[in-house]
Write a protein that binds this ligand. Structure first.
Ligand code: ZN
Length: 67
């Protein structure tokens, strides 16, 4: 089963999701729930060549529940 990487346009969070069968719809971002996500082609190395580790940019929202 293919696992695709998506990047959220809204918060730049990169997340992986399992894509089942013909379900091509964009999943919601793990971090902010936005569906403004782009699928990243894991086999394509984008030009530039610098090893940017964008995975891990996802910082959890600070929970401001302590009031
Ligand atoms: Zn997001």
């Amino acid at each position: 089963m293919p696992i695709y990487e998506y990047q959220c346009k809204k918060c730049n969070c990169v997340f992986e999701t399992l894509v089942l069968g013909k379900d091509n719809r964009a999943p919601a971002c793990d971090n902010c729930g936005s569906r403004q996500v782009v699928r990243k082609m894991s086999f394509v190395n984008t030009s530039g060549g610098s090893a940017k580790n964008i995975s891990g940019q996802c910082s959890p929202k600070p929970s401001s529940g302590f009031s």
